[in-house]
Design a protein around this ligand. Structure first.
Ligand SMILES: [Zn+2]
Length: 479
C-alpha cells in the first residue's frame, strides 16, 4: 500500500503521487507574528514537521516553505498598543517563533519567506490579475473580483448565497460584490506602506501566501497545509488568485489540521483560552508535548489537559527506558543467517516486523500518528517485559529492536529526549515536594491550617495528592 492523503479539496482519501517523481513541494501557512504562538498553533506546525519527516523517511526529497506574515492589521494594532513599531514587533515575535518551534523539535523549513521581503512580486501578481480583469482598483486599494473565477468556493464548498450571508464578509461600500476581498490595502495615516502603481499601501494576507508559495515552489505545488480555520476564506482566496493568474491548479493536496481544544472549546487567541507554547515547554519536556500533540490523528480534535500530558510523560518514560536499555546491547546489523535463533528471538523478531509494517500502514493512511504510536508502544511493552528475565533473547535481536524503534520514533520526533530531561524532572521534583511537605508539616504543627490547606489544594490542582498518615505525609501523582 502506498501513501494516501485526505485531500480537503476532494474530501477523499487519495493516492499520493507528486508532480515530479521522488520530489515533493510543500507549503505551510506560517504565523502572523504579532504575539507568541500558542500550543494550538504548534499543532499545525508539528503536523507539517511530521509529514515532512515521514516523506523524507519514505525516500522523497522534500522542499518545505513556510511563510512569516510580518505585516498585518493585528501586528499594526498590537505595535500601537505596545508603543513599538510594527517591524520591531514582527522581528521580535518572529525570533520567538523560531525559538519556540525549535524547542519543540520542529525542523526549520527550507525557506521561511517574509511577506515584507516579497512586495515587488506581490505587486506583479496583483497587476497580472488586474490585467486579466480579475481585480479592480478603488481609492488606492485593489480588490479581487470573485465573480471572475467560476470555481470560487470549490475548496470550502460554499455556495454563493452562503458566501454572501457569511458573517466573515465585511460590509465595504467600495466592493462590487461583498465576496470580493482586498489584495492591496491603501495606506492609512501612521501605518507602514510601500509604493505601488495604485498608490502607497500594503498587501493583503491572501496574496502573500499565493505569491510566496509560487515564487519558491512553482505554479503548482504538491501539498498545501494549514490549520482548519484557514480553509475559508484564506485558502479559498489563495486558490482563486493563483489559479486565475496561472491557469494551472495551485495545490494538488490540501491538508487541514484540526483545532486543539481546551476544556472542550477551541484554543484560540480570540477565545482567550490559550496556553503559549513556551509556557508549556517550561513545564514539560518537548517530546512529551510532541507525543501529546500527535496522540490523536491530525484531523481529529484533541483536548489539552494536565491528565493527557501526564499520560504522555509516563509513556515517554517507558519508551526511554526501553531504548536506553536496548542501546546498551551491541549495536550490530542483525544477520539471521549467522545466528542460532531461540524461540523467544523468533517471537520478538516477528513482533518487530509487525510493528514496522503497522507503523508504515498507519502513516501511509493519511499520517495516522495515533495508530503509529499505538504500534510502537505495544512493542515497547513487550521489550520492557523481557528485560531482566532469562528470556533467551539475543543481543542481535535487541539490536534489531533498537534500530527499528529508534528509527520510527525519530520520524515522530519523540526520541530525542535525553536522559537528563527525564531524570532532571524527578531529581528536582522529589526534593521540591519533600520541602513543601516539610513546610506544610511545620504549618500544621503551629495549627496554621490556612497554609497547610493551601499547599495541599494547590498541589491537587497540579495532580499531586498528599496523604497524611501517622508516620507523616506522603505524596503521589493522582491517577
Ligand atoms: Zn497562508
Amino acid at each position: 500500500m502506498g501513501l494516501k492523503i485526505y485531500n480537503s479539496l476532494s474530501r477523499q482519501l487519495e493516492d499520493f503521487s507528486p508532480l515530479t517523481e521522488g520530489h515533493v513541494s510543500m507549503y505551510s501557512c506560517g504565523p502572523t507574528v504579532y504575539d507568541y504562538i500558542h500550543i494550538g498553533n504548534a499543532r499545525t506546525a508539528l503536523v507539517t514537521d511530521i509529514i515532512r519527516r515521514y516523506l523524507t523517511y519514505k525516500g522523497y526529497v522534500v522542499k518545505l516553505v513556510q511563510n512569516l506574515t510580518d505585516i498585518d492589521d493585528k501586528i499594526i494594532d498590537r505595535a500601537q498598543t505596545l508603543g513599538t513599531s510594527p517591524s520591531q514587533l514582527a522581528r521580535t515575535n518572529g525570533e520567538a517563533y523560531f525559538e519556540d518551534t525549535q524547542r519543540l523539535g520542529i525542523q526549520l523549513a527550507d525557506v521561511h519567506p517574509k511577506a515584507t521581503e516579497h512586495i515587488p512580486e506581490m505587486i506583479k501578481l496583483i497587476q497580472t490579475l488586474i490585467d486579466k480583469d480579475a481585480a479592480y482598483v478603488v481609492d488606492g486599494s485593489v480588490y479581487y473580483r470573485v465573480n471572475s473565477f467560476s470555481e470560487y468556493g470549490k475548496l470550502s464548498r460554499r455556495k454563493p448565497e452562503d458566501l454572501l450571508a457569511g458573517a466573515r464578509v465585511e460590509v465595504d461600500e467600495r466592493k462590487e460584490d461583498p465576496r470580493d476581498f482586498d489584495m492591496w490595502k491603501a495606506a492609512k495615516p501612521g501605518e507602514p506602506y510601500w509604493d505601488s502603481p495604485w498608490g502607497c499601501g500594503r498587501p493583503g494576507w491572501h496574496i502573500e501566501c499565493s505569491c510566496m508559495a509560487m515564487k519558491h515552489l512553482g505554479e503548482t505545488i504538491d501539498i498545501h497545509a494549514g490549520g482548519e480555520d484557514l480553509l475559508f476564506p484564506h485558502h479559498e482566496n489563495e486558490i482563486a488568485q493563483s489559479e486565475l493568474a496561472t491557469g494551472k491548479p495551485f495545490a494538488r493536496y490540501w491538508v487541514h489540521v484540526a483545532f486543539l481544544k481546551i476544556n472542550g472549546t477551541r484554543m484560540g487567541k480570540s477565545e482567550k483560552n490559550f496556553i503559549f507554547l513556551r509556557d508549556a515547554l517550561d513545564k514539560y519536556p518537548s517530546e512529551v508535548i510532541r507525543h501529546f500533540l500527535i496522540s490523536a490523528h491530525y484531523r481529529h480534535p484533541l483536548d489539552y489537559n494536565p491528565e493527557s500530558l501526564q499520560t504522555s510523560e509516563s509513556a515517554l518514560r517507558r519508551l526511554n527506558n526501553c531504548l536506553e536499555t536496548l542501546k546498551k546491547y551491541d549495536i550490530e546489523e542483525y544477520n539471521s543467517a549467522s545466528q542460532d535463533i531461540s524461540q523467544a528471538d523468533t517471537a520478538l523478531l516477528s513482533a518487530i516486523e509487525t510493528m514496522q509494517s503497522q507503523f508504515t500502514d498507519a502513516m501511509d493512511t493519511d499520517f495516522n500518528t495515533a495508530q503509529a504510536i499505538g504500534g510502537i508502544f505495544s512493542l515497547v511493552g513487550q521489550v520492557n517485559k523481557s528485560f531482566g528475565t532469562s528470556s533467551g533473547i539475543s543481543h542481535q535481536t535487541y539490536s534489531r529492536a533498537y534500530k527499528v524503534l529508534s528509527e520510527t520514533c525519530q520520524v515522530l520526533g519523540i526520541y530525542t529526549m535525553n536522559e537528563q530531561d527525564v531524570a532532571g524532572t524527578a531529581e528536582i521534583l522529589n526534593p521540591l515536594l519533600e520541602l513543601l511537605l516539610e513546610i506544610r508539616q511545620n504549618a500544621r504543627n503551629q495549627k496554621d491550617w490556612d497554609t497547610s490547606d493551601k499547599i495541599r489544594d494547590q498541589l491537587k490542582q497540579l495532580n499531586i495528592e498528599i496523604q497524611d498518615t501517622h508516620e507523616g505525609s506522603t505524596w503521589k501523582f493522582r491517577s
